[in-house]
Write a new protein. Sequence first.
Length: 468
Amino acid sequence: MRRVLGLVLAGLLTAGCTASEPAAAPAPASSSPAGPGGCPAERAAPDPDRPVVDLRFSLAEDRRTVTGTETVVFTPDLPTAELVFRLVPNGPDSTARGNRLAVDAVRGPDVAGSRYEGAQAEEPGGLHVVQLRSPLAAGESTEVALDFTLQLGGAGFERLGVAEDVSWWGSGAPLLAWEPGVGWARDPFVPLAGETAASPVADTTVTVEAPADLTVLMTGAQDEPTRPREGRRTWTAHEPVARDVSVAVGEFVTAELDVAGVRVTTGVLPRSGRDPARLAREAGEAIERLADRFGPFPYASLTIPWLPEAGGGIEYPSSILLATGSGQVLVHEVAHMWFYGMVGDSQFRDPWLDEAFASYAESVIAERPAPQVTRALAAEGDVGGSMAEFPDDRRYVTAVYAKGAAMLLTARERAGAAAFDAALRCYADAQAWAIATPADVGAALADLPAALTVLQEAGALDPEDLPR
């Protein structure tokens, strides 16, 4: 998921460059108009035909090698003759640190074969394509199992890594790359500090076998681990609406806190000097503030392992890999539970739909001075650019994070805070567990023309995204 390496509205991310990339895939039409005049009576439910995913990981004694099996039951809403999985660890930023994901075998009654596709990632490739013996019709299901090996690189803040007391991996298994209503997302990888995935929510079970002296913190509501056997224990969690998962395995000291029915579990490393109970309280405060703005927290649990200090955070559904003491970054990552976790988007085509909203959400604890907002809104670049359109990290962060947040703050001021907040709650409820598009935001703001004007002038909405 997203990386935040500092206070993003100040534009602290710099460095990196990328060559020209293919244009983004077309977005589907707006699916569920919402707004003050058309707000859904309740939050949308997840698709009953969403994928069912069973992930089984085993961390070796070297704490750098993870072997696993992913079993997927997939029911497409469009005909398809293949399944496409995104291999996030093979992206340029990840492989530079020594991470690598390989698919060792593919099984299933309908499987005819499989192959890698490059997608501008490193070897063995950024996509793994499973070919079926015959096409699936919409509504027809198939089951596929993939055996894989994940190699974790060195220390430093990334989705995957190893340090003295902990190993962690996010997006560490093949990620189903289906966008309902559109099809397979084959978007290229880019060498920027951002993501390029699009994946549906799935009913997901995660099982991790690890050395018995370590504690596992991961996506989903966790059961108690098994008793040690031959020096190892097994941990299991379930998340019924996960687009992706993260796992951290280490010598964690943990704390738990109930926040309005949400079980918050935090873990810190023994020599970190951190207090897990304090982190749980801070996370709970973030949940309460954000729920006041955007509606109820989307998950039954939130797990936060605190990794070695490296200046950032990466959110996953109901889990955050945290590597900073910044309260603003913590709020940003918790806000992603609503924006990308619940209200999904194509991270390649429309990165602003989660990053701009999460950056804007930081305002619940840190009000931005008007001159700073004005400067950020005047910055170069369109908020709505795809990942292919930003030549480096600085311009990506400036446009999507800083300008995007300033755009939403300005729209709220001009439309009126109460009306704008109500419209965004309608948007979140209408697009829950789906993959949203800019047109869905346009529909949500249909009765707030002043807000629509701000978003259009900032380059977030094109004319075709405006309500008719």
